[in-house]
Design a protein around this ligand. Structure first.
Ligand SMILES: CC(C)(COP(=O)(O)OP(=O)(O)OC[C@H]1O[C@@H](n2cnc3c(N)ncnc32)[C@H](O)[C@@H]1OP(=O)(O)O)[C@@H](O)C(=O)NCCC(=O)NCCS
Length: 226
């Protein structure tokens, strides 16, 4: 409620405007109320509240592993359209034919709307390292946890391959990717200066899948703000 302005109360203690209204002739012209005190108006009928907006139904997204060469065009479209680094067809083939079990697509009906690509390699004293090489979600389908689901599927497939640690690089300026990976437990291990062709720095992120492989992050990753 709006408090009455100081100094406009009438002698009876009621607001001045109420008193003026009470003494106004019944059929005469309306009295001009004090400019600082709005005249009381008749009871207004409150407009009925707008019905709550019905949220658009979420599309049903299906996930599948890489199947055949025909899907390469979809992979290329998704990645080339979103990443700053251009890749050749050979790069895509290298990943999907060597590690088809680590390439997942997200599809809405016939449309390919997301992809993750990874690999696994032996790296140290019989340990295995998973690597997430590419991740992209069609801009029209973002913020629906498709990216997160794709990463989870790739990591789960790496767990099946007894991977010890998963790494990846992402641009320091890529807030969406950093937030996504960090929400899944990845930590910033190292900052890689001028890592990309565009001169941008990268963070190397790491997720330990076995308790004994997580080392403290390198201290140099936070030496400079992004
Ligand atoms: C990064 C990317 C894959 C995220 O895909 P997405 O499907 O929209 O992400 P999700 O809906 O799964 O989001 C998961 C979490 O990531 C974070 N996140 C996603 N987009 C974000 C944004 N724009 N800003 C901040 N945080 C974001 C949020 O924490 C989100 O969880 P919440 O929705 O519960 O808050 C997508 O933005 C993309 O394709 N970007 C271009 C390509 C790219 O950068 N790839 C990564 C290279 S390493």
């Amino acid at each position: 409620m709006i408090p009455a302005p100081i100094g406009v109360e009438g002698p009876g203690g009621s607001p001045l405007s109420e008193q003026k209204a009470a003494t106004a002739p019944r059929h005469g012209p309306k009295m001009d109320p004090s400019p600082s005190v709005p005249a009381p108006k008749g009871k207004r009928v409150a407009a009925p509240p707008a019905p709550p907006a019905t949220p658009a139904p979420r599309p049903v997204i299906r996930y599948s592993r890489f199947r055949d060469e025909a899907e390469l065009a979809h992979l290329q479209r998704l990645i080339d359209g979103t990443l700053s680094e251009p890749y050749t067809l050979y790069t895509y083939r290298y990943f999907v034919y060597n590690w088809p079990e680590l390439c997942f697509f997200a599809r809405h009906k016939e449309r390919y709307v997301g992809v993750v690509v990874g690999k696994v390699e032996a790296y140290d004293m019989g340990m295995f390292q998973g690597y997430i090489a590419m991740l992209a979600v069609d801009p029209e389908y973002r913020h629906q946890h498709i990216g997160r689901t794709l990463v989870c599927k790739a990591v789960a497939a790496m767990v099946d391959e007894d991977v010890d640690v998963v790494i990846l690089e992402t641009e320091c300026s890529n807030a969406a990717a950093l937030a996504l990976y960090e929400s899944l437990g990845f930590i910033r291990e190292q900052r890689l200066f001028k890592y990309y062709l565009n001169g941008g720095d990268a963070f190397r992120l790491k997720l330990g899948l076995k308790a004994d492989v997580m080392e403290p992050p390198s201290p140099d990753y936070h030496t400079e703000e992004c």
